[in-house]
Design a protein around this ligand. Structure first.
Ligand code: ZN
Length: 247
């Protein structure tokens, strides 16, 4: 099966549409989309993003921003700008889209793959950015491979069963990464709607489950269009600016 792996759309329709068009133009031929949470929050198009996702064959998790918008967590735990965006998103979302988000699970198990937003230890909250965090989390899931998002940074953590060590790889866009049978992996496709690795392009990945290949891709999208729509919606300037820097 070929899975298009996306995470952290964050209400960025221009980026979402660009990724789907990019996958099509590369003939990736995916059978399903796995979305690792945070469909909304930050960006200007929450309804449009939920509705586009719902037209695709997909599975989708809940993320911390989805939770915030649903009123399931205290907005005091968010930075001011993220909290403002969450309030705006809640007021903007149609009830049927809120109800869609409300029904998303925190974790999913698909064959040899565990799907979470943050980490196996803290599916909604934990940021997996370093080897120490990965070492703590590898014993906490049973499958060979865990897919997660939340940090908006594309990363590959490898647990080598031979050397019993964990290391991190930075994927090179467009270059296939082979998933070996004697290793376990934690894979992050990067942020679709708000990249944070210094590259403003939308990030996603293709996972071929039978060939055991993971490939990260980056694609340009119309950042200015998203920024204009955010200004029109009155969303915080800080959130508008960061999109062009990928930070
Ligand atoms: Zn996010």
């Amino acid at each position: 099966m070929r899975c298009l792996i996306i995470s952290d759309i964050h209400s960025n329709l221009a980026a979402f549409e660009a990724v789907l068009a990019d996958a099509k133009s590369r003939n990736l031929g995916h059978d399903i989309v796995w979305c690792l949470g945070d469909v909304v929050g930050y960006g200007p198009d929450p309804n449009e993003c939920v509705e586009l996702l719902r037209t695709l064959a997909h599975d989708c998790l809940t993320g911390n921003h989805d939770y915030a918008v649903l009123g399931k967590l205290d907005l005091n735990t968010f930075h001011d700008s993220a909290a403002d965006a969450a309030r705006w998103t809640r007021a903007t979302l149609h009830p049927y889209n809120l109800s869609y988000l409300d029904q998303r699970p925190e974790t999913l198990s698909r064959g040899d793959f565990t799907l979470v937003h943050g980490s196996p230890r803290e599916p909604i909250w934990e940021y997996m950015l370093d080897v120490a965090t990965a070492e703590d989390n590898f014993p906490l899931f049973k499958s060979s491979i865990c897919l997660l998002g939340h940090t908006h940074v594309p990363l590959i953590f490898v647990e080598d069963s031979g050397s019993k060590t964990v290391r991190v790889n930075f994927p090179e866009p467009g270059v296939p990464f082979m998933l070996r049978k004697n290793c376990r992996y934690i894979l992050n496709p990067g942020g679709l709607g708000q990249p944070r690795d210094g590259d403003a392009r939308a990030s996603y990945a293709l996972l071929d489950t039978s060939e055991r290949v993971w490939t990260n891709y980056r694609c340009e999208y119309d950042v200015k269009q998203t920024q204009q729509r955010m200004r029109k919606a009155g969303l915080p300037a800080k959130l508008i600016e960061r999109l062009e820097f990928g930070r």
